[in-house]
Design a protein around this ligand. Structure first.
Ligand code: FNR
Length: 338
């Protein structure tokens, strides 16, 4: 079997930034890639929302934007294209296939969220609702596979009965996915419920397709833990969500950075990709973790990206990026008018 052509390579032996709503956007993805993450997932985007977007080539930021009017729903930087997995929320093969046709090769792969336990997702037949609907899962994945020009994968939670998890992954594998992310918790479990390492191991023993272990953020506190837990779970790759949010430099083999350094690097990316104020604040607060930091309150009260940059002494970067964008858009105009 040619593993490369199946897209296994993308997901094998990788340290991965997990999908995270509000956080897994261009700045955090680019920051963690700079630090050493091998693959980065987008935040979950609902298929219908993406299907309502216009695709625009953004030459001033070297990105591809999917936008609804001025609302940028997805911004993929050209530098991350080969490493960025688009995660979608969907309850239909048609919707998933539509997304695959829309994004083509703008992303490295497409992943289906089959683990989100939140009411808005489950009530719409998406996320964790899919875990017990094998026929629906098959419909979604086979339609997606048929339409996609890139590898496909999905991210699940373990089921109440471990044998049902194994049945599900066997069926998923048959649909031609290139990886399965396994969050080692059940649908009704939350942190600090212990991650079920043995159940992840059992999944990895059962199928050939690369398994990505997830749910390990309480266990993984330094770079070398990533390899250690890859071994412990006997998986192909490890995917981090909360740890990467609290400590993006977890992906640095050279070691962790200080919170201030991480925030400075995050703000560089926020300036480069003109991130929204609310999302920027959210990520900074998560990196700070504690509310005791002297800059927390002013950051929370800030009303713009510029204000946040002032608080963190990043005004020169903000101004530089703003001027660069202006310069590039002026330079471009005569060519476009020709
Ligand atoms: C998540 N998670 C998540 N999962 C997913 O499949 N799609 C998503 O968009 C999100 N969004 C999201 C946002 C935030 C802020 C958090 C903390 C989590 C779940 C996440 O990817 C992961 O499965 C769990 O957090 C368990 O992994 P960790 O945190 O132990 O590494």
């Amino acid at each position: 079997m040619d593993l490369t052509s199946q897209g296994y390579e993308l997901y094998s032996n990788k340290a991965i930034l997990a999908p995270m709503v509000r956080a897994g956007r261009t700045p955090l993805r680019m920051q963690t890639l700079d630090y050493g993450a091998d693959v980065v997932y987008t935040e979950e985007i609902i298929d219908q929302k993406l299907l309502a977007c216009q695709r625009k080539v953004n030459t001033t930021m070297d990105c591809i934007d999917y936008a609804q009017n001025d609302d940028i729903v997805l911004r993929i930087c050209n530098a991350e294209r080969q490493k960025c997995v688009l995660q979608i929320g969907t309850n239909s093969g048609e919707g998933a296939a539509g997304v695959a046709k829309l994004v083509g090769t703008d992303v490295a792969a497409i992943d289906v969220n089959m683990g989100c336990p939140k009411a808005f997702s489950v009530h719409a037949g998406m996320g964790a609702a899919l875990l017990t609907q094998t026929d629906k899962v098959k419909e979604i994945l086979t339609s997606l596979k048929a339409a996609a020009q890139v590898p496909i994968s999905c991210k699940i939670r373990v089921l109440n009965d471990p044998s049902l998890t194994l049945n599900l992954v066997r069926e998923i594998e048959k649909c031609g996915v290139s990886a399965i992310g396994v969050h080692g918790r059940k649908r009704n479990e939350r942190n600090p419920d212990k991650v079920r390492i043995e159940e992840i191991r059992e999944v990895a023993r059962t199928v050939q397709v690369p398994i990505i272990a997830n749910g390990l953020s309480d266990e993984i506190v330094k770079y070398s833990d990533i390899a250690e837990y890859k071994e412990k779970c006997a998986v192909s790759s490890v995917m981090l969500a909360r740890r990467a949010l609290w400590t993006p430099s977890i992906f640095r083999k050279e070691g962790l950075l200080t919170k201030e350094e991480e925030i400075s690097d995050f703000l560089d990316k926020a300036c480069e990709f003109e991130e929204q104020c609310a999302q920027t604040k959210y990520c900074i607060q998560r990196i700070l973790t504690s509310t005791a930091h002297p800059k927390v309150q002013s950051t929370v009260s800030a009303g713009s990206l510029l204000e946040i940059c002032r608080i963190w002494d990043k005004t020169p970067k903000y101004e530089h990026e703003k001027n660069e964008r202006k310069r590039k858009s002026c330079k471009r105009k005569p060519e476009e008018e020709r």
